[in-house]
Design a protein around this ligand. Structure first.
Ligand SMILES: [Zn+2]
Length: 372
């Protein structure tokens, strides 16, 4: 075991608290750290580590490094990106495994991809497919991998020093993308395990995005998950993706709309349900376990009701009510507080997304008219 530098969550809007944390390494390469749960590799062609060294890796985040600073700062920031991502992805995978009761497949995280035609400050999760959008230079692993950009721009930081928004420094991005790995190997909303391993799909649905945002919130212990790097976006704006902004089914768009935006409805509803579960006297972990086990159970229940990969089977996977029903099956004792929390967002069992949206919209309109 060695000691490495990493951020620990410290509320938002800060990147976190720099800490020295333990990490059990399987191996290290010139730009790679391998642990039992995750491999993190910087792919920008710069040697960052000495593979023969077995010592601790303690570096400063260097405000994310970036093109405007000196070379040494950028190099320190890239090393911090490796240790921070390895520690925090491992933390997310361990928490998910503990809640599920079993481990997830090993996860590869590649840093510094998609650097042209312009720098990239985002991340995405990819499984092996015939084609990719945006295009990839090679194939992703069938079991899934995360790609993180090298950073796109500078953002304001506490103390006034601009911070280069390297995604490998950003806990919200690391946790959210790791969430997609959890979803792929539990709910598998797009039924990828029924497709040939090299012909899976990378299209995400709202429940996937919302579940990843919820997982991010419990790991950060804050509903304002993007409150650091999106602090300039008001909290009422859906692009902020704050889970305590009260998004309800009335704002659910469905169809070809942005699944991240619709996902805020599910993420918000889970956050509220968690509060109601706590108020009813239960541990918050009890609800988190219900969500994770519900994700896993939702696949089995869906395949029981509509086996195979038909259009109808894929359509039912998009229903928020179906995932809620699977959660209630996973822990029936929490039914009361969970239904109460979900109802605040217009979600209840047994209805399609469209029916829930129309009912919630009508209820809110009537309430508004009655109060005016
Ligand atoms: Zn996502």
């Amino acid at each position: 075991m060695i000691t490495v530098s990493a951020y620990l969550p410290e509320g938002r809007p800060t990147p976190g608290r720099v800490a020295q944390v333990p990490l059990v390494l399987v191996s290290r390469g010139p730009a790679e750290l391998v642990t039992a749960e995750v491999t993190v590799r910087d792919e920008r062609g710069v040697n960052l580590l000495d593979p023969a060294d077995t010592g601790d890796i303690l570096v400063d985040p260097s405000a994310g490094g970036g093109p405007l600073g000196d070379t040494d700062s950028d190099r320190q920031a890239r090393i911090f990106g490796l240790t921070n991502t390895a520690y925090n992805a491992q933390r997310a995978l361990r928490r998910a495994a503990e809640l599920l009761g079993h481990p997830l497949p090993h996860l590869l995280i590649r840093v510094g991809l998609h650097e042209s035609p312009r720098r990239w400050g985002g991340g995405h999760y990819r499984v092996k497919a015939r084609t990719y959008d945006p295009p990839e230079t090679g194939h992703a692993l069938a079991s899934g991998e995360i790609h993180l950009g090298g950073g796109g721009s500078y953002i304001p930081a506490p103390g006034g020093v601009p911070y280069f928004n390297a995604p490998s420094h950003n806990l919200a991005i690391i946790y959210h993308e790791t969430g997609h790995h959890v979803c792929r190997h539990t709910a598998d909303f797009r039924l990828n395990r029924l497709r040939p391993a090299d012909e899976q799909t990378n299209k995400k649905i709202a429940l996937d995005e919302g579940s990843c945002d919820y997982l991010t919130a419990i790991l950060l212990d804050s509903p304002d998950i993007y409150g650091w790097h999106r602090s300039s976006v008001p909290e009422w704006d859906r692009r902020r993706r704050s889970l305590h902004a009260g998004w309800s089914m009335a704002s659910f768009q469905g169809g070809m709309s942005d699944p991240h935006a619709d996902g805020t409805v599910w993420g918000s509803a889970c956050w509220t349900a968690r509060q109601r579960v706590i108020e009813a006297g239960y541990d918050r972990e009890r609800f988190d376990r219900m969500v994770l086990r519900g994700l896993e159970l939702s696949y089995t229940l869906a395949q029981r009701d509509e086996p195979g990969m038909s259009k109808q089977a894929l359509k039912l996977r998009r229903y928020v009510s179906r995932l809620l029903e699977a959660m209630l099956r996973a822990d029936p004792e929490l039914t009361g507080p969970v239904l109460a929390g979900m109802a605040e967002h217009g979600i209840r069992p047994g209805e399609s997304n469209v029916a829930l949206r129309d009912a919630d919209f009508a209820a809110r309109r009537d309430a508004l008219m009655a109060s005016s």
